[in-house]
Design a protein around this ligand. Structure first.
Ligand code: GAL
Length: 676
C-alpha cells in the first residue's frame, strides 16, 4: 500500500473512531498557561475533538537561529491528548521569524515593482529562496522527528494557505529552470510565446524575467507560464516538507489548506499531493448568493479528492475582520454553513479560530470562544454545533453522487483573463457561478473537473468558459456527446491553445463539428434583446450582453437569435443534438432554459421527486442515505418527501411533506427510517 493510501486510511479511521471532526486553529502560544486548562475544558464542553496547533509558532519554537523551544509544545500536546482532542500539527513555515529576514534578506519576497517585503505581518517568504527552504526544512524535520509518534498527533498541516508570489532574482532563476524543463530550448520557447511580436525574442533563457513592471502590456504567454511556475514552485515547497515529515517516520495524513478557486495555485495539480483535501471558506454574509457560491467551492473540493470526503479547515463563526465592512453571521447561519459543508462531503468542520485573539491584527476576527467568553450566543452556537455534528456521524465517509460535470481549468482562467481581450467584463468565475446556480436551484450537485479528465461518467457536461481547450478535451467532449451526454458550451470557449495562442479558423475551431455552428469573431457587445424560438425559454423577455460571437449555423438549430442592432438575426443560442452552444452571454432566464433543457434531455433531476426548481433559497443535497435540506432563504419552504424519514438533527419522523423554517436545516435519513 502506498504511504498516501495508508495515510488516507488513517484519516478515515480517525473519523470512524471520533465521529466528524470538529474544532479549529488553536494558538496556545499566544496565551498564558493558565488559559490552556480552561481552553481544554471548554473544548470538551463544546464537543471539540480536533485542533490545528502551531500554524504561526515558528518564532516561538525558534526565537533565535537554531534554538528549539519544545517544552510548551510537549505540554500542550500532552494536555490535549489527555483530554481526547486530536491534533493536526502544523509545520510552522508560513510566517518566518523576523531574525531570518534580517540575517538573510534573500528569504524575503519581492513584488512586481521590485519592492522587498519585510517582517511585521506574516507570510514574508519567497518560495524560490533556497535559504528559506533550508530553514523551513530544518524546523519541519526537527518537529516531525520529535512528534511523529506522539499519540495526540493525528494529522500534519504544512504551512498555511500557500499563495506567495515572488518576482526577485532567485525567482527569476527558478522561473528559467522551470521554462527550460517545459520548453526544452530557447527557440521552442520563442515559438510558443511568439516573441517575434514586439521584438521580444530571447537569445538565451538567461534573458527571461518574471513579469515585473513593464512600460506596457506583458506577453500573455509569459504571464501564463509565470502563473504556472508560481503554482508549481509553491507546490514544491509543500511537497518537500511533506516528504521531510514522512522521512521522520510520521504515518499520519499530511495536508495543507486550500482556498477554493484561489487564483495563485492550480489545485488540480496539487490535489494528489495531499492525503486529504482541506479548504478554507469565508462566504460573505452580505452576499445574497453566497450559499450557491460556496456550494460550488465545496463541489470543487470533493471533486479534487476524487469524490472522497474533505475537510473544512477554516471558516469564521461570526464576522471576519479583513473585509471593508464585516457583517456577522448569526449562530444559526454559522450552523447552517457548517452543515452545508457536511451535506456536500466534508468530514471535518473547523474554524479559524478556537479562542479570539486579544490583540494583534486579527483581534476583531470572530472565534468559537469570543472575547465575551462563554456567556455569549457565539459560544452557545459553538456548543450546539458540536452536538449537531455528533448526530450526523452516520454520514461520515459517504459520497455525494452526481451525473453532472462542470469543467474548470486554472490555466484557462488565467489565460482567459489576461488584459487586452475583447471585453474585460467577461469573468470566468462569474460565469461559472451563474451556470452552477441553475444546478443548485434544482438540488443537483456537480463534479468540478478539468477538461482533460475523463468525462465518460457524466450525462450532462457544462462548459461555461473554457478559453483554453486541448484537442484531447475537445475529442472527449465529442466522445461524450456521441455516447449520449448533453454538452453545454459557453461563449469565448475553445479560443486558444496551451500557450494561449489563438486557434486559427472559424471558432470554436475544435468544437465546430460538435456544435454544428461557427463564428468569425468575438467582440464586446452593447446590451441587446434576444428573439427566442417557439417553445424555448421563459415567457419574459431575454437579453444578451458583454460578449457576442457572429455565429453561423452549420447544421444546428437556432434556439435564440439577437434581435435589433448590428447583431440582428445572428444566432445566439444553438443546439445540435446533444450539443448546446451559447454565442453570447445571455440573461439568467435564457441560460437556465438551456441548462434545464440539457438536464431534461439527459433525464437528470434533483433529489426530490416531482420538484424541478426548489423553493427560493432552499438547498437540497443527498449524501449517503441522508437528504439534507437547508433553507438559506427568508421564507419558510416546504417540499414533498417520503413519509417516515428520520431527521437526524431533531429526532422527528417526517410526514409526506416537510417544512424548513428560514435558516433551518433538516437531515433526513432513509436508512435510519427503517430502523426507528
Ligand atoms: C485565513 C488564514 C487564517 C486567518 C483567517 C482569518 O486566510 O489562514 O490564519 O488569518 O484567514 O479569516
Amino acid at each position: 500500500m502506498s504511504s498516501q493510501t495508508s495515510a488516507r486510511r488513517a484519516f478515515d479511521a480517525l473519523i470512524t473512531e471520533r465521529g466528524l471532526a470538529f474544532g479549529g486553529d488553536y494558538n496556545p502560544e499566544q496565551w498564558p498557561r493558565e488559559v490552556w486548562h480552561e481552553d481544554v475544558r471548554l473544548m470538551r464542553e463544546a464537543g471539540v475533538n480536533f485542533v490545528t496547533v502551531g500554524v504561526f509558532s515558528w518564532a516561538t519554537i525558534e526565537p533565535r537561529e537554531g534554538a528549539r523551544e519544545w517544552a510548551w509544545l510537549d505540554e500542550i500536546l500532552d494536555l490535549l491528548h489527555e483530554n481526547g482532542i486530536a491534533v493536526d500539527l502544523a509545520a510552522p513555515v508560513a510566517s518566518p521569524p523576523p531574525w531570518l529576514g534580517l540575517q538573510h534578506p534573500d528569504v524575503l519576497p519581492v513584488d512586481r515593482d521590485g519592492v522587498r517585503l519585510v517582517a511585521g505581518s506574516r507570510n514574508q517568504f519567497s518560495p524560490a529562496s533556497s535559504t528559506y527552504r533550508a530553514y523551513a526544512q530544518a524546523i519541519t524535520r526537527d518537529l516531525a522527528e520529535r512528534y511523529a509518534q506522539h499519540p495526540a498527533v493525528r494529522m500534519w498541516h504544512v504551512g498555511n494557505e500557500y499563495g506567495q508570489i515572488d518576482h526577485g532574482d532567485e525567482a527569476a532563476r527558478e522561473f528559467r529552470f522551470w521554462l527550460r524543463r517545459r520548453h526544452g530550448d530557447i527557440e521552442t520557447l520563442n515559438a510558443a510565446w511568439n516573441t517575434a511580436f514586439w521584438s521580444q525574442r530571447y537569445d538565451s533563457f538567461d534573458e527571461i524575467l518574471p513579469p515585473r513592471r513593464t512600460p506596457y502590456l506583458i506577453n500573455p504567454a509569459q504571464s501564463l507560464d509565470f502563473r504556472r511556475y508560481s503554482s508549481d514552485q509553491l507546490l514544491a515547497c509543500y511537497a518537500e516538507l511533506r516528504d521531510a515529515i514522512r522521512a521522520a517516520g510520521a504515518a499520519q495524513p499530511i495536508t495543507t489548506n486550500f482556498m477554493g478557486f484561489f487564483a495563485h495555485a492550480d489545485y488540480h495539480s496539487w490535489a494528489d499531493q495531499v492525503d486529504v483535501i482541506s479548504d478554507d471558506q469565508y462566504p460573505d454574509p452580505a452576499d445574497p448568493q453566497s450559499a450557491s457560491g460556496i456550494a460550488l467551492v465545496q463541489d470543487l473540493m470533493r471533486s479534487l479528492g476524487g469524490g472522497r470526503s474533505w475537510m473544512l479547515m477554516e471558516q469564521s463563526i461570526s464576522a471576519v475582520s479583513w473585509r471593508e465592512h464585516n457583517l456577522p453571521k448569526s449562530p444559526q447561519r454559522a450552523r447552517r454553513d457548517s452543515l452545508q459543508a457536511v451535506a456536500r462531503g466534508a468530514d471535518a468542520i473547523c474554524y479559524f479560530q478556537w479562542r479570539q485573539a486579544r490583540s494583534g491584527a486579527e483581534r476583531f476576527h470572530s472565534a468559537m470562544l469570543p472575547h465575551a467568553g462563554t456567556d455569549s450566543d457565539v459560544f452557545r452556537g459553538t456548543c450546539r454545533q458540536g452536538a449537531d455534528l455528533k448526530l450526523l456521524s452516520a454520514v461520515a465517509g459517504a459520497r455525494v453522487p452526481t451525473d453532472v460535470a462542470i469543467l474548470f481549468d486554472w490555466s484557462s482562467w488565467w489565460a482567459g483573463e489576461e488584459p487586452a481581450r475583447p471585453t474585460e467584463r467577461l469573468s470566468t468565475m462569474q460565469q461559472l457561478n451563474r451556470w452552477y446556480r441553475s444546478l443548485w436551484r434544482r438540488g443537483i450537485a456537480a463534479d468540478v473537473v478539468h477538461p482533460d479528465a475523463g468525462l465518460d461518467a457524466y450525462r450532462v457536461i457544462l462548459v461555461p468558459h473554457a478559453y483554453i481547450l486541448s484537442p484531447e478535451a475537445a475529442a472527449s467532449l465529442a466522445g461524450a456527446a456521441a455516447g449520449g451526454a448533453q454538452i453545454v458550451i459557453g461563449p469565448f470557449s475553445g479560443v486558444a491553445d496551451e500557450h494561449a495562442a489563438i486557434l486559427q479558423g472559424r471558432s470554436p475551431v475544435l468544437l465546430r463539428e460538435l456544435i454544428g455552428a461557427s463564428a468569425e469573431e468575438w467582440a464586446g457587445m452593447r446590451p441587446g434583446m434576444l428573439r427566442l424560438a417557439d417553445g424555448f425559454g421563459p415567457a419574459e423577455p431575454q437579453s444578451a450582453d458583454v460578449l457576442a460571437e457572429r455565429l453561423r449555423t452549420e447544421g444546428a438549430e437556432v434556439l435564440a437569435a439577437h434581435s435589433g442592432g448590428d447583431l440582428d438575426g445572428i444566432p445566439a443560442i444553438t443546439r445540435n443534438g446533444g450539443a448546446w452552444y451559447l454565442g453570447a452571454v445571455v440573461s439568467d432566464g435564457a441560460l437556465d432554459a438551456v441548462i434545464s433543457g440539457a438536464l431534461a434531455a439527459a433525464s437528470v433531476s434533483g433529489p426530490i421527486a416531482g420538484v424541478d426548481v426548489l423553493p427560493e433559497g432552499l438547498e437540497a443535497v443527498r449524501r449517503g442515505g441522508v437528504l439534507f435540506l437547508l433553507n438559506h432563504g427568508e421564507s419558510p419552504a416546504e417540499v414533498p418527501v417520503t413519509a417516515g424519514l428520520f431527521d437526524l438533527l431533531t429526532g422527528e419522523k417526517t410526514a409526506d411533506t416537510v417544512g424548513i423554517a428560514p435558516g433551518e436545516v433538516r437531515a433526513l435519513s432513509e436508512a435510519l427510517s427503517e430502523r426507528h
